[in-house]
Design a protein around this ligand. Structure first.
Ligand SMILES: Cc1cc2nc3c(=O)[nH]c(=O)nc-3n(C[C@H](O)[C@H](O)[C@H](O)COP(=O)(O)OP(=O)(O)OC[C@H]3O[C@@H](n4cnc5c(N)ncnc54)[C@H](O)[C@@H]3O)c2cc1C
Length: 437
């Protein structure tokens, strides 16, 4: 099968055959049909996970994007109920003009509600609002051969907890109800300033995070020695006045998949240096629409194609506070010594708000995320990084993963057995098979 759906990193490159339905009351029959023919399946949102967490063990998925209707909205309370295939972009186009915004958003607005719950995604305000799951009021969950169940903190609460961050394994989310936050403007007041090394990042984060709703840093993964960990710090807040208009910007597109990656040692060094120098060490303030602030990459459709036919992997880990500075320094040293990496390297301090989900990724500490073009020797570098993360008591993010060992997963996510006990036996992903067998 050369067509079919793939994960965002296109690695592993295993096309998924989609099965879909048009109406909520058809999901049970479709699930039964696929399971009877293939043995197992998995819900697939919009394929914005990078590795193999959204790939079914059978390579036959239930494609949920066709369930994309709003069911009920309450603009007094800021509560939206919608089908699970609705994207975050669709929620925003409806909610922003009414003065509401997503409580938590990842760096892409093309994730679906179902996918955002199943990976319990986090964003630039984790330090203040926790994860997406912290704002999910309830959802409808369909398990093979059962009636649609409503799950909330008070109804089917065990399934509610196991499904938030549950990697799509506890049932198919058919609809979800989420709480939004009020805004007065669709614009973001932001500030950016560059920093010279990792110690400066931690100092800025300690100083600025508590004063701003959003905070994140880009990091130069090529820089070495005294400049290791240099980068650009971004903070932002919803503007207090201005219009609530949604400015849809024209999208660019990477039209074809080049045979080899356009990201290489030379392009990486040049880009990172120019980007870092383009920012001032003094704080520069500006007001921008929410799209470029939250979703700069969404502007370029199919940007994942720049990595060529072999695709790419993202390495995202979180290191607990006590070890964050030393372990992050070690990780960056190992990465710059390897000469690998990409333009996309992100550092973010996560806060201590606990998620209701059993397998949620963030913990109080620092998250580092980097993309790497797929090459045959990448596994040596990842093995080295894994040792650093393991020894620091950190963990990897399943939504981005295609390599983590079973023992690393099981040690880092001790609640996995509770999720396994509640897994719908007809649902199985390539990731879950890899890390639990
Ligand atoms: C540019 C970019 C930036 C990103 N930034 C962030 C970030 O800042 N923070 C972050 O946390 N993540 C981030 N991500 C990852 C992305 O937000 C998550 O992987 C998200 O879960 C993708 O949603 P999706 O709808 O595409 O789901 P998919 O990738 O298709 O699936 C993800 C998981 O959800 C399950 N699933 C999907 N729909 C359902 C359903 N209806 N019922 C049950 N299970 C379901 C699947 O089985 C799978 O396990 C980013 C991704 C990209 C491409």
């Amino acid at each position: 099968m050369s067509g079919g759906l793939r994960s965002w990193g296109r690695f592993p490159n295993v096309p998924q055959r989609p099965h879909s339905c048009s109406w909520r009351d058809e999901v049970a029959a479709e699930l039964h049909k696929v399971v009877s023919a293939q043995g197992d399946t998995l819900a697939f949102g919009n394929g914005r996970s990078y590795g193999d967490s959204c790939l079914a063990a059978s390579d036959h998925v239930l494609h949920m994007r066709t369930l994309n209707r709003f069911i009920e909205v309450d603009w007094e309370q800021g509560v939206v109920r919608a089908e699970a295939g609705v994207t975050l972009a669709e929620v925003l186009s409806l909610a922003v003009p009414e003065g509401w915004f997503l409580s938590v958003t990842p760096g892409t607005q093309f994730a679906t509600l179902g996918g955002a719950i199943a990976n319990d995604v986090h964003g630039k305000n984790h330090h203040l609002r926790g994860t997406f799951g912290n704002h999910v009021l309830r959802f409808g969950l369909l398990r093979h051969g059962e009636e649609l169940l409503t799950c909330s903190p008070s109804e089917n609460s065990e399934l509610y907890a196991a499904t938030i961050g549950g990697l799509g394994l506890t049932g198919v989310i058919v609809w979800a109800e989420i709480r939004l936050i009020p805004i007065r403007s669709s614009q973001i007041d932001c500030a950016e300033l560059r920093f010279g090394n990792l110690a400066e990042f931690f100092a800025l984060s300690a100083e600025l995070d508590r004063h701003h709703e959003y905070s994140v840093a880009w990091i130069d993964c090529v820089a070495k020695g005294g400049q290791s960990g240099r980068g650009v710090f971004f903070v932002g807040d919803h503007a207090r006045y201005g219009s609530l208009q949604v400015h849809e910007r024209p999208k660019l597109r990477v039209p074809v998949i080049p045979p080899v990656s356009m990201v290489n040692k030379l392009s990486l060094r040049v880009f990172n240096d120019v980007y870092w120098r383009a920012h001032s060490p003094r704080r520069a303030h500006k007001r921008v629409s929410y799209e470029p602030f939250f979703y700069p990459l969404d502007r370029i459709l199919h940007w994942n194609r720049i990595y060529g036919r072999k695709g790419f992997q993202q390495y995202q880990c979180v290191i607990p506070d006590a070890m964050a500075e030393t372990a992050t320094a070690e990780l960056l040293r190992a990465i710059s010594d390897s000469g690998k990496g990409s333009f996309l390297a992100v550092l973010k301090r996560c806060g201590d708000i606990a998620s209701p989900g059993l397998l949620s990724f963030p913990l109080p500490g620092t998250s580092l995320a980097l993309d790497f073009p797929q090459t045959s020797d990448l596994k040596q570098l990842f093995a080295h990084l894994d040792v650093i993360v393991r020894q620091a008591g950190g963990r990897l993010y399943p939504a981005k993963d295609a390599h983590m060992s079973g023992s690393d997963f099981r040690n880092a996510y001790p609640e996995w057995e509770r999720v396994e006990a509640l897994r719908d036996p007809t649902l199985m992903s390539r990731l879950w098979k890899r890390v639990t067998e």
